[in-house]
Design a protein around this ligand. Structure first.
Ligand code: ATP
Ligand code: MG
Length: 382
């Protein structure tokens, strides 16, 4: 029964002197994610082995490991003694119910302290599987590749590589604030930041109109899905209606969207400071929509005290959609909703706003309304 999981990382392996620091962080994050399902996590021979308390939890453990940043891939495994007879016996038990015709044995010795030689294992175990199960050995593209990993105290058998999130482990103090709309882009931007080791705090600006419930529901679902990729998640829901009405009164239709975004950034900045976050993050992608022309982005971002990262800036929509499928936000983003930004907007928005124009229009908005809006944010934890 599978109760071991061999976890492989790539980038953190490259970090020289920092390596053990990153490994420890990854081990802590795995432990925090899987809680009591894990009996032990050990570091041996350049890889991390997660030992389950109960092999019946293996499905949940597999799912959990696909959500931890820093894991390139992992292999569900069983453990054997450092003994050829045990390896042979357990190999047959392990693979006999799998469907395959061709196979190969891929033995790897991580520790040279014992006399189990990888070539000998490949030959002896290969013969044993071939004759016992009546299968054909094939070195190139076999149906099943049985990996035998020899470490100092045990051998591990596995035949499946399950892809992980990749990237590097999340460090809790490395916080960023992502402006989360209900679209496809910002959830992807958030997950890319998590993948690079950041803890993401979410801010959503919500218009309290008739469709409020469906929007809120969508944002909660998106945040819930994204919260799987980090240990603790905070979502700020900021009621935007009063401020939006004020902007509609003071700002001409062509520019409104950009002024909405100026205030979203300003309020998010306050939230970021309260949480000691380093950066703001948006789902902007250059020239994808009118508010994202290079001039408009420059003018929109210009007054922010805090730097803004836009990890999707150079991506095409189809690349973004592909990631959204992979991270499980696509079908939630697809649900219909009425976004704050599409409210009261003209058909021909400004494409080349100047910073000065936005500064002047932003200054016409009543600061008390801005302060009230900021204070009325509701916090939800996941
Ligand atoms: P998305 O698919 O993320 O909604 P978009 O292509 O629709 O992006 P815009 O609506 O112009 O682009 O928004 C650009 C960015 O501004 C979003 O990616 C998001 O970071 C932020 N944003 C827009 N609307 C909101 C909102 N209601 N609440 C929080 N952030 C928002
Ligand atoms: Mg949007």
């Amino acid at each position: 029964m599978i109760d071991h999981f061999i976890v492989h990382y790539d980038e953190i392996g490259l970090k020289g002197a920092n390596r053990s620091y990153f490994e420890q962080m990854l081990m802590n994050n795995i432990k925090a994610k899987l809680g009591s399902k894990v009996k032990r996590i050990k570091r041996e021979s350049g890889q991390i082995t997660v030992v389950a308390n109960n092999s019946e939890d293996s499905k949940e453990i597999k799912q959990g490991l696909t959500e931890v940043s820093g894991i390139a891939y992992f292999s569900p495994a069983i453990i054997c003694k450092l003994d050829m007879d045990d390896i042979k016996k357990q190999s047959i038990e392990f693979i006999k119910n799998e469907e395959f015709t061709t196979f190969k044995i891929d033995a790897k010795r991580h520790d040279k302290h014992n006399d189990l030689d990888s070539r000998q294992i490949n030959n002896e175990l290969g013969d044993h599987v071939r004759t016992t199960l009546d299968k054909t050995a094939k070195m190139k593209d076999p149906d099943l590749a049985l990996k035998v990993e020899i470490t100092r105290s045990n051998a591990y058998l596995s035949y499946e590589n399950i892809q992980g999130v990749g990237g590097i482990p999340i460090r809790r103090k490395q916080k960023v604030v992502t402006l989360l709309s209900g679209g496809f882009d910002s959830p992807v931007a958030a997950q890319l930041m998590m993948k690079r080791g950041c803890e993401v705090i979410f801010v959503h600006f919500q218009n309290d109109n008739l469709v409020k419930k469906s929007v809120e529901n969508k944002i909660l679902k998106l945040t819930e899905q994204l919260s799987k990729y980090q240990l603790q998640t905070k979502l700020y829901i900021v009621p935007f209606e009063e401020l939006q009405k004020e902007i509609i009164m003071k700002v001409p239709p062509k520019i409104r969207m950009l002024i909405y975004r100026r205030f979203m950034i300003k309020i998010s900045e306050d939230i970021a400071k309260q949480n000691r976050a380093f950066f703001l993050v948006t789902g902007d992608s250059l020239s994808q929509v009118a508010s994202q022309t290079i001039e408009n982005l420059r003018a929109t971002y210009a007054k922010s005290d805090m730097q803004i990262l836009s990890p999707l800036i150079g991506m095409d929509k189809k690349e973004i959609i592909a990631i959204s499928r992979k991270i499980g936000t696509h079908d939630i983003s697809k649900l219909a909703y009425c976004d704050v930004c599409s409210y009261f907007l003209p058909k021909g928005p400004e494409l080349k706003a100047s910073t000065k124009l936005l500064d002047d229009l932003q200054a016409t908005v009543d600061p008390e309304i801005v302060a009230r809006t900021t204070e009325s944010a509701i916090i939800k934890e996941f």
